[in-house]
Every structure is written in structure tokens, then in C-alpha cells.
Design a binder for this molecule. Structure first.
Ligand SMILES: Cc1ncc(COP(=O)(O)O)c(C=O)c1O
Length: 414
């Protein structure tokens, strides 16, 4: 069970809203830092551990700067994300490029920054060579396909997913790169998303360590680092249990000792590229009730819509809702909480038990710190909201202003 609390009082929130009108996302810096430190502490047993924050989860440079201060790197999947990491001051092995269907310019920028390039396909070897040159260190993304069950609506079953190389291709790729003189290698996988079972990640670690051993045995290549990808889930629902990071880390440590150390392959660097578990629980979408509508069902219409948070519409995802000031009221009403898009799935909650809601009430939608604002769009002429940072001393900084009508028309030559 997680208690879905707010990091601000009603009074403080009202002050914030006076200055920054709803809707907006607000991020809790103190909790963000504490959580990051906890992750790094949990992996202190590893000879080297690096979490590359998946920038796609929340591409705000102010947050990336904070995460960098805590020792995190950046996992980038596009040219703008690489530039964002660069703007924060990152370079070299602080950055990984994990993209797919990659255009030449991304490889070129990654090479310019000295980032570690993670190749998604065998054919990308020659493409990279042609357009950017082969770097000293190369990493490949493994897709176990039928060798591994799992996957879910977000990432798909490994066999159905478009990412990575098959086992045979992977071994051929290391062989080829070794023949071409590459001396430093990484191994990567990402086969699950929003998974709350820590044992799944421990199994993945075992699978990857076995592969490291096989690569060494068959090709005489000593892999330098293994990246387990992201995908650690968060407890969106109050009744869910967050992943026990210490348990997860201990399980990976045991696998490391029995496989990597026992086979003389220590030290092997451990990397991850989580997004959701880093920022997800520490972001909140704050919105105001504009309308109440009673037809066949009861609707609450907000000033936010799925352009601000797409996950419920996209995956039917649950996001907890707090009606500010009514936290202790009985949950005596059933509502659909909607936005204003001309899409019937523009609903933050369906048949949700909530206290009686009035026009003007402020609703806080929880766990929007990852894949929230980042997935925003302009359909129906909706403008993306502001992003705020709640600092440890309770002051608030505007870290992204809300889009304006001028922004909406900025790309038109009319
Ligand atoms: C390659 C890659 N790495 C990392 C992530 C981050 O995943 P999560 O936010 O679930 O940890 C994603 C998410 O889409 C991804 O595609």
C-alpha cells in the first residue's frame, strides 16, 4: 500500500495557482533527489553502477541537471534529446544513445559528444561506419524474442517487438566488430515496461550475465558493461507495492557473484536506463474543475486534457486523483473525470469513486512525473502546460512556461 500524499498544503497550492494558473505539472525536487540517492546506494556493491535517466520520460533540462548532480547520466533516443543532455553539460560516457530506426545525424551527434552508441540492428553497423565512423566502444541491444516471456501493452512481447538483435545476430555482430578492431563492448536489453515484480529484473540480469559468459567463451570478448534498460514500474494505484529496490539489487548482486565473479569476468559495469521510477511518482498534474455534467453518467470537466497526460487514454492507465481539501471526505460519488478534447477517451478516470466535487475545486492527478508532460501534443489546438519545480524550501520555480497561441502558430507560414 502506498499512501497517495501531496508534497504541498492546500494553502501553498493556492498561492502557487495565484501565480501560475492551472493546468500545470509540478515536480517535488526533494523527493526526486532522495529517491535517486536510494537507487545509487542500493547498487553500491557493484564495481561501477550508472543510471542513465531515460530523457524521453521527462525531457526538462532543469530536472536533468538535478539528476546529473546526483550522479545520473542520460539515455537519449533522438537528436533533440542528445542536444538537451549536451546543454546540461553532459558528454562522453555520461550519455548513451539508444534509438531505433536511427537517422545518420543522431549517430553523428552522438559521436561528436563521445556518447556510447547502442546499436539496435545488425545493419546499423555499416550505416554507422558510413555516416559517423565506428567508435572505440560499441554496444548492442539484445532482443531475446521467444527465449523470454513477458512484455506488456507498453513495450510488447519481446518476439513481437521491433527492437534489438536476435541472439545469433548479436554474436555475429560482436564477432564482426571485433574483427574490425573494436576493443570495448557493451550489452543492452530493454524488454519490459512498468513492471512491479522485482524478480523479473533479476531474471533479466541472469539472462544477461549468461550472455556475457557466452560472448566471452565463444568470441573471447570481455564485455565491459551490461545495461538492463529501464522498465521498473511504479505504484500508480494505492493498493500496489512499489518495487523494493534493495531486494532487486541484492538479487542482481547474487547473480553477479555466481556468474560474473565465478567465471573471472569481474569487474563488469552495471547500467540501467530507468525513467518512470526516477521521476514518475514525484510529478503531479494540477487542474481546476470547469464544469459538471450529468447525463447518463456524471462527468467532471477539467481545464486539463489528454494533451497534458495521455497515459489514461493511451493505455487505460490508472492515475490516482486527490480533490484538494477534501482528502478526508467520504468517496460517495462516482465520476468520469474528463478533459475537453473531441475524443471520448479523453478521460483521466472512469467510474472513479471520489468525494463530492464542485466547480472550482482543484484536482491533483498523481504520478505524472514520467511520460506525462513529455507525451503532450497539440491536437484540437490544445497548448502544452507549464512545468514547475517545488524546491526543498517550498519555493517554486517555473521550469517550462506554458505554450501560448503564438507558439501554436509559430511553425505556420500563413
Ligand atoms: C530504450 C528505452 N530505455 C528506457 C526507457 C525508460 O523506460 P521506463 O520509463 O519505463 O523506465 C524506455 C521507455 O520507453 C526505452 O524505450
Amino acid at each position: 500500500m502506498v499512501e497517495k500524499r501531496l508534497p504541498f498544503t492546500k494553502e501553498l497550492l493556492n498561492e502557487i495557482i495565484k501565480k501560475y494558473p492551472t493546468p500545470f505539472h509540478i515536480y517535488d525536487e526533494k523527493a526526486l533527489r532522495e529517491n535517486t540517492r536510494k537507487l545509487i546506494r542500493a547498487f553500491s556493491w557493484a564495481p561501477a553502477f550508472k543510471e542513465y535517466f531515460a530523457v524521453k520520460a521527462n525531457p526538462n533540462p532543469h530536472l536533468l541537471k538535478i539528476l546529473r548532480e546526483e550522479g545520473l547520466g542520460a539515455d537519449c533516443s533522438s537528436l533533440p534529446e542528445l542536444i538537451l543532455a549536451e546543454k546540461v553539460g553532459m558528454s562522453g560516457d555520461e550519455i548513451m544513445l539508444t534509438s531505433n530506426d536511427t537517422p545518420a545525424i543522431e549517430f553523428q551527434k552522438a559521436r561528436e559528444l563521445g556518447a556510447t552508441i547502442n546499436l539496435d540492428d545488425f545493419s546499423h553497423i555499416d550505416y554507422l561506419d558510413k555516416y559517423a565512423g565506428i567508435p572505440e566502444m560499441v554496444c548492442f541491444r539484445y532482443n531475446p524474442g521467444p527465449l523470454r516471456e513477458g512484455g506488456n501493452a507498453i513495450i510488447g512481447n519481446p518476439e513481437e517487438s521491433k527492437y534489438g538483435l536476435t541472439r545469433k545476430q548479436l554474436l555475429d555482430a560482436y564477432r564482426l566488430m571485433s574483427a574490425r578492431g573494436v576493443k570495448r563492448f557493451g550489452l543492452h536489453t530493454m524488454i519490459i515496461s512498468n513492471e512491479l515484480d522485482p524478480d523479473y529484473f533479476i531474471e533479466t540480469a541472469n539472462m544477461m550475465f549468461d550472455l556475457v559468459i557466452e560472448i566471452h567463451r565463444t568470441l573471447d570478448i570481455k564485455v565491459e558493461f551490461v545495461n538492463f534498460g529501464g522498465g521498473i514500474g511504479i505504484a500508480y494505484r494505492p493498493e500496489e507495492e512499489p518495487v523494493d529496490i534493495n531486494y532487486l539489487s541484492k538479487g542482481i548482486q547474487t547473480a553477479y557473484e555466481t556468474k560474473i565473479v565465478a567465471n573471472g569476468l569481474d569487474p563488469l559495469k552495471i547500467a540501467m536506463e530507468c525513467g518512470r521510477v526516477i521521476t514518475g511518482p514525484y510529478g503531479y498534474l494540477v487542474a481546476t474543475v470547469l464544469h459538471k455534467k450529468e447525463i447518463y453518467k456524471n462527468y467532471i470537466g477539467l481545464d486539463a486534457c489528454m494533451a497534458n497526460l495521455m497515459r489514461p487514454a493511451l493505455y487505460g492507465a490508472y492515475h490516482h486523483i486527490t480533490v484538494v481539501g477534501k482528502e478526508n471526505w467520504p468517496l460517495g460519488y462516482i465520476y468520469d473525470v474528463t478533459g475537453s478534447l473531441c475524443e471520448n477517451n479523453d478521460k483521466f478516470a472512469i467510474n472513479r469513486k471520489l468525494p463530492m466535487i464542485d466547480i472550482g475545486d482543484v484536482l491533483v492527478i498523481h504520478d505524472t512525473g514520467a511520460h506525462g508532460h513529455a507525451m503532450g501534443f497539440n491536437y484540437n489546438g490544445k497548448l502544452r502546460s507549464a512545468e514547475l519545480l517545488l524546491k526543498p524550501d517550498d519555493t517554486v520555480e517555473l521550469i517550462r512556461r506554458a505554450e501560448t497561441i503564438d507558439d501554436y502558430f509559430a511553425t505556420l507560414n500563413f
